[in-house]
Design a protein around this ligand. Structure first.
Ligand code: PLP
Length: 380
């Protein structure tokens, strides 16, 4: 099978632990196991006793019941634990969904910017991929009329990330309902990657709350600060597609490790702790970014973000990848360039890591670098 390179992984991974200022990541400050236990008031002795006695046999086919219950607790009453599948990360979730739904002869509508799995896997599987690109002219929102004109009786799914990665733009309930109306007319699934959901301070509607053919993918990596557990999940109210995905998952990984599931369950059972902690971190980061950008003539924030990242457009003539590479080479600042999202003259800044001084220093280095580019005549 031929598949395009996963651009964001190939760009970030070589520099991830070497960058002087890593503003490329989108995770909210990861916790150590000790911090997790402290933050959630978990009894250490009981926790370690449970680990000691845990059988190292296979885990649970659909996911640890305690974890599935905690996952269902992230949504309205429309979602119950039997609608949940525990899988290997958000990437595992997206991958299983795409492999289950996509085949030659069908088409999908992918709303960009998006996580690359959602268009590169379907394309590799021979499915026609119809791209709707959100951009600055529409404030990164959806043009429902255009999307309506893109679906037909062969449309298997509409996929998107909500909150968006990289922009942080978030569709509200009414916008989701408008999209559902379109999907329903074509009997299509809506697959929504909601990995950044939970940082707005109020309940954020999930596609699974609202649509009987909604499929939500997510994980413990971002908002729950537990990427190391590699626990992700898929939620759907449609039993037939859940069964098809479970079959696909059997080929893919059988089940998750119960130690990881237990740790993720503890984090999710205490969702409010993480929402509050990471909202405070991301609000503070966004404020620093806004202050910095207000004094920057070449940069502008794409749109309001409800996530751990914001997207920045620039006005000078240099390709996104070239700018990011030169910035890294000159200053050791790692940003996520627009090419990772099929966009140009733009980049993503992540501020979930929770260190104001580090963020300010990284941004200052970007300012200095742009001044140096101007002085050398490379940009105007
Ligand atoms: C939108 C989106 N989906 C999925 C993932 C992958 O998540 P995980 O680490 O849980 O595999 C990421 C990671 O950056 C992401 O940004």
């Amino acid at each position: 099978m031929e598949i395009n390179k996963f651009k964001i992984e190939y760009w970030l991974n070589p520099y991830d632990d070497k960058a002087r200022y890593n503003l490329g990541s989108s995770c909210c400050k990861p916790v150590t196991l000790r911090e997790l236990l402290e933050l959630t008031n978990t009894d250490r002795d009981m926790f370690f006793q449970e680990l000691e006695n845990m059988s190292m046999h296979y885990g649970y086919f659909e996911g640890m019941p305690r974890l599935k219950k905690a996952i269902a607790g992230l949504y309205t009453d429309a979602v119950t634990p039997d609608m949940v599948l525990s899988v290997h990360g958000g990437t595992g979730a997206n991958s299983i969904v795409c492999y289950t739904l996509c085949q030659p002869g069908d088409n999908i509508v992918s709303i960009l910017p998006n996580y690359q799995q959602f268009y590169s896997i379907p394309e590799a599987l021979g499915t026609e991929v119809r791209i709707f690109n959100c951009d600055e002219t529409s404030g990164y929102g959806l043009d429902m009329d255009r999307i309506r004109s893109m679906v037909d009786e062969h449309t298997k799914m509409i996929n998107l990330a909500n909150p968006n990665n990289p922009t942080g733009y978030t569709l509200n309930r009414k916008q989701l309902e408008d999209l559902i109306h379109i999907a329903r007319s074509a009997d299509a699934y809506i697959v929504c990657d909601e990995i950044y959901r939970g940082l707005s301070g109020e309940y954020m509607y999930s596609i699974c709350d609202l649509y009987e053919k909604g499929i939500c993918t997510s994980s413990a990596s971002k908002v729950f600060s537990c990427a190391g557990t590699r626990i992700g999940w898929i939620v759907t109210r449609d039993p037939s597609i859940k069964d098809a995905m479970m079959n696909m998952r059997s080929y893919n990984s059988i089940c998750e490790g119960p130690i990881n599931e237990l740790i993720a369950a503890i984090a999710l059972e205490n969702k409010e702790v993480f929402y509050k902690r990471n909202k405070a971190i991301t609000d503070a980061g966004r404020e620093i970014l806004q202050e910095w950008i207000s004094a920057e003539p070449h940069f502008r924030i794409a749109c309001d973000s409800m996530s751990s990242t914001s997207y920045i457009n620039y006005d000078f003539d240099m390709k996104a990848e070239e700018f990011a590479q030169k910035l890294y080479d000159a200053k050791g600042v790692l940003i996520c360039h627009g090419g990772c999202f099929e966009q140009d003259k733009s980049f993503r800044i992540g501020y979930g890591f929770g260190d104001a001084d580090y963020l300010k220093a990284g941004l200052l280095n970007i300012s200095q670098f742009v001044k140096e580019l101007e002085a050398s005549g490379e940009i105007k």
